[in-house]
Design a protein around this ligand. Structure first.
Ligand SMILES: Nc1nc2c(ncn2[C@@H]2O[C@H](COP(=O)(O)OP(=O)(O)OP(=O)(O)O)[C@@H](O)[C@H]2O)c(=O)[nH]1
Length: 533
């Protein structure tokens, strides 16, 4: 996840509260000092850090700490959460495109900020949602810009407009947008030239392009690696063209990202997306609540549900959903779940959205996890249809009729079958064993959740109304204790459930039930093997 280091530093400061016997002013100050240090190392402005620290301190000390240390810990966690959200919340709403009309976006920014890459990511985002999308290249300054747009457009199957013989960017912008307006494109993206510095020539050209294109939104693309200095850049661009929103790029693993985010948020141009890598799917919608939630390892259920809806995974597999509600979970179901996870984009990003998962992912490279899932997929390809359905037929000699055989059903895959699968998939036997272990763990979780009605939306809704305490207890029993702890314990889980609608919670539980990711136990391993059908 982006700014993972900042998140883990904040969490490690907060974890001191778990071990403290008394939470007095001194303990709180110590924790706040560490949080402030973490923010400063992310390049957040000194004055802003002092303000954040004071606000949290005031809030925590003013509230009576009924319920002792646990309550106080929750109070501090909540205060840190809301202060960070406040720090990153813009005061203005960004433009939202409307269906059935042309929505024109013009992208501006300095050279190398990641503008062209961002346009491709932005185009991909909307095209995947089913919007008729096109790109216009009027960057005549950088020789390779048109080629870059062309290559991206081909990869993404999105039309583009450009003319290598035309040197006038204003003319290109006008022709390109007119062309796609006439064709009734819903999302039209205009790339403009970047320069090394904020030169007056760049600003003049930008103003002229803006005049002919008449965009619905001007998006300023900014490189986060310059830290809090982004505020000055944003202000300079805003003074020339009506910047409506900002996209911050290169937030992957750069220590100064915190400064960039907070500085832009303070300029009242909302940050709409963040770039977290060079690939098209390394692009995230920015929402301060979700972002801080993930930063603090509390997940982003809203974002996860949005991603799930995009993949249409749950609609695609009604039978699987029905089976899971009964607590059944076959290898075929596990394969479907892995396919969904892979289709949701960058694995590290997806994992950080699942409450409690980001901490458990720590130390695990998301590339490694992706490779492991890919190896699992090749194992599935080597399985027979019966094996995928967990019907493990075994031919055994019939003791009552010598010379004859009977077919029995075993609950576990025999070693000889596993060897055959491993050979077919070109993986060591341990690879198949790991897959079977993963299936067993998550089958156990699905069985527990299915039995207690946690996968049935209606039942969940009723239980939440009738007896939320009992529902919490059921959830607690079905979850890995480490995950629950990372989610801030039962209290936080309860808050989470109150915030979201129960249908979404049911969907999330189904999805989590299938996320048999390496190294992550799901409910401590289920007993009872696959169902014989
Ligand atoms: N790590 C990382 N690299 C990025 C990201 N976005 C863009 N880049 C890289 O940044 C470099 C510059 O990106 P471009 O899209 O070519 O930049 P540009 O702003 O269009 O440049 P001009 O057209 O010259 O103005 C490329 O190597 C991109 O792959 C990001 O979010 N993370």
């Amino acid at each position: 996840m982006v700014l993972q280091e900042l998140g883990s530093k904040i969490n490690s400061a907060l974890s001191k509260l778990n071990t403290a016997t008394v939470i007095d002013e001194e303990t709180i100050d110590e924790v706040l000092k560490e949080i402030a240090k973490a923010l400063l190392s992310s390049d957040v402005n000194v004055r802003v850090v002092a303000e954040v620290r004071n606000n949290i301190r005031k809030e925590v000390l003013s509230e009576a700490a009924a319920g002792g240390a646990t309550n106080k810990t929750r109070q501090i966690r909540n205060a840190v959460f809301s202060e960070l959200v406040r720090l990153l919340s813009p005061s203005k709403e960004p433009f939202t495109p409307k269906r059935g009309r042309c929505n024109v976006f013009m992208f501006v920014g300095l050279q190398g900020s990641g503008k062209t890459t961002t346009i491709a990511k932005f185009a991909n985002y909307w095209a995947r949602k089913g919007w008729k999308t096109a790109m216009v290249c009027c960057d005549t300054f950088r020789a390779g810009a048109l080629d870059q747009i062309k290559q991206n457009a081909i990869k993404l199957h999105i039309p583009y407009y450009g003319n290598p013989l035309e040197a006038d960017p204003v003319k290109l912008a006008e022709e390109g947008t007119e062309h796609f307006r006439a064709e009734k494109y819903e999302i039209i993206l205009v790339d403009t030239s970047g320069r090394h510095h904020q030169e007056s020539e760049l600003f003049e050209e930008m103003e002229q392009v803006q005049g002919v294109v008449q965009p619905d939104e001007v998006i300023f693309v900014m490189d986060s690696t310059i830290g809090q200095a982004v505020a000055e850049q944003a202000a300079a661009f805003k003074a020339s063209v009506p910047v409506g929103s900002v996209i911050i790029t290169k937030l992957d693993g750069h220590a100064r990202g915190g400064g960039a985010l907070s500085a832009v948020a303070a300029t009242d141009a909302p940050i709409t997306f963040i770039g977290t890598g060079e690939h098209f799917d390394e692009f995230e919608k920015f929402d301060a609540n979700s972002f801080v939630s993930r930063l603090m390892g509390m997940g982003d259920v809203k974002g996860l549900m949005e991603k799930l809806k995009d993949t249409k995974a749950l609609e695609k597999a009604p039978e699987m959903m029905e089976r899971m509600q009964k607590g059944q979970f076959t290898l075929r179901d596990l394969r479907q779940q892995f396919q969904t996870v892979m289709g949701m984009g960058n694995l590290g990003q997806v994992m950080s959205m699942i409450p409690g998962m980001s901490q458990m992912m720590q130390g695990q490279d998301s590339d490694q996890a992706t490779k492991r899932i890919q190896a699992f997929m090749t194992c599935f390809d080597s399985m027979t249809e019966d094996e995928l359905d967990c019907i493990f037929k075994v031919r055994k000699p019939d003791p009552s009729k010598p010379g004859e055989y009977i077919t029995t059903f075993e609950k576990t895959l025999s070693e000889s079958r596993m060897r055959r699968i491993a050979k077919g998939a070109g993986v060591p036997l341990e690879g198949v064993l790991a897959l079977m272990q993963s299936h067993k763990q998550f089958e156990g979780m699905v069985q527990k959740m299915g039995k207690s009605g946690l996968m049935n939306e209606k039942q969940m809704q009723q239980n939440m109304k009738r007896n939320p305490g009992a529902l919490m207890e059921q959830l607690q029993k079905s979850m890995d204790p480490r995950m629950l702890q990372q989610m801030g314990g039962t209290g936080n889980l309860m808050n989470l459930m109150k915030q979201m609608d129960m249908g979404a919670m049911g969907d999330m539980m189904k999805q989590m039930g299938g996320m048999g990711l390496p190294g992550m136990g799901g409910g401590g391993g289920g007993r009872g093997g696959p169902k014989r059908r």
